[in-house]
Design a protein around this ligand. Sequence first.
Ligand code: GLC
Length: 564
Amino acid sequence: MNDRDRPVDWWRDAVVYQVYPRSFADSDGDGIGDIPGLISRLDHLEDLGVDAIWISPFYSSPLHDGGYDVADYRSIDSRLGTLADVDELVAQAHARGMGVIMDIVPNHTSSDHPWFVEALASEPESAAWDRYIVREGKGADREVPPNNWRSVFHGRGWSHVRDVDGNPTGYWYLHLFDTTQPDLNWENPEVRAEFRDILRFWFDRGIDGFRIDVAHGLVKEEGLPDFDYSAEDDGVRQDMFDEDLAHSPFWDQDGVHDIYREWRRVADEYDPPRVFCGETWVPNPVRLARYQRPDELHTSFNFDYLMAGWDADRMRRSIDDTIAQHAAVGAPPTWVLSNHDVVRHRTRLAPGYDNQTRLTCEVDEQRGLARARAATLFTMALPGSMYLYQGEELGLPEVRDLDPADRHDPAWHRSGGTDGTRDGCRVPLPWFGGTPSYGFNSSDASWLPQPADWADLTVTAEKGIEGSTLEMYRSALRIRRAEDALGAGALAWLDTPEGVLAFSRPSDTSAVIVVLNLTDSPVHLPASWGTDVLVESGDEVAVLDDDGQEHLVIGGETAVWLRG
Ligand code: GLC
């Protein structure tokens, strides 16, 4: 961050707010959120109390995968703004003391990128094609893909290289995602040099760091061997969130770490040094911590915790493993419950939610909200940094009843509607008012329709209302900033009955006790924990015990922070 009052290692316990720019705020009424819209609502983020924003891609893109298909890494999608707008955004965020983290997409480009356009006009064995992963097909007519790799978005992971007349050439290019997202060849020095240059381009403009898309995917195993899908292939779905796939020849290869050592050297050339957060879907905290070795990435997303669900044992195990593995490499853990790729945690944690029938299962939305608030409050007190996803501070649910015709997720279309439900967490934010667009813009255009019943979930509806989700987030973030015991530091577990988690965050001057009751019944806390509540997610009440001492009783599915 360029703010000289900030410590150089601000990222070690930062609260970072993810902006999905097309759905945040739309300044020109075309139905697509944009950078001027984001600038106009920075007050909300300052008021919320976050340390930095991470913005999903806003580069020039045909938007076949929400901007994760980049046609030009040095220009802005004209629907979202201009380079001058980004400069203004960085200046305004910094003036408010907030860092700006951009999103870089190095695993693949868009098929509209000039490199791929050049490749399409070149011979398959040419230097232009060597920037991508292209191989001859198998079979007499080379009509069979070079190996059995599949696309994360369903279907095969290879497409024909076609000649100028559209006929298959016998060569195939790899795309682990959509056909319009050809994988780059990271063995090619030109690719490596180009990305170092892109990093510098943006660092020179003053951005504070990058979130790295598919950070675990850049390097593929030599020889591109087939992968044995049989272990998890039930014919229903296969994706990168699957643990077994993480051991595949296309994810988490050792060679990827060299790239991040190079990138770290670039980031360290700057004053203050720029920072990285990797999107690393790896099977466990041991593999994850390898990305945070001192000469690699500063942080990475900890998806193990996100996947732990509403389960005390799994959560505790994930927290312990994560803290231990990160301590071994001297890195801070990160915690995240929602992002633009997963079902919003208000819905995902709700009773009744089922990952297989996620669009049709009956979900108890009210208990989902109680659980989401409790899980968030508990998570915000863990040591390390925390990522929030836009709209979770309002308690937004997943929108599960989008019309198929309105859906954009490429995986939805590639899977014939059996997967690819990521649009439901990307619906534009409600700011004020009783009907769509709820202040998202001043027209009624919206790239994804908003539900009719979000009037009570707008920023204005919740602001200043005691007990609202927004006010709980604001209070917790204010206390987190003020308390020495929170953010970076130690955690000590406290004894609890089954289904309850509690830890103390000690510091030299004070301590904070954090309790999460995952059961649906009230729980009595020991009198020694006191009754001085700093912030709570639900009901709590102080009562006298048999010895005449006061102790706290917290409701089911509730979290509290207490002055320890
Ligand atoms: C990452 C992004 C996701 C995108 C994919 C391909 O997982 O978070 O939105 O579709 O990479 O770039």
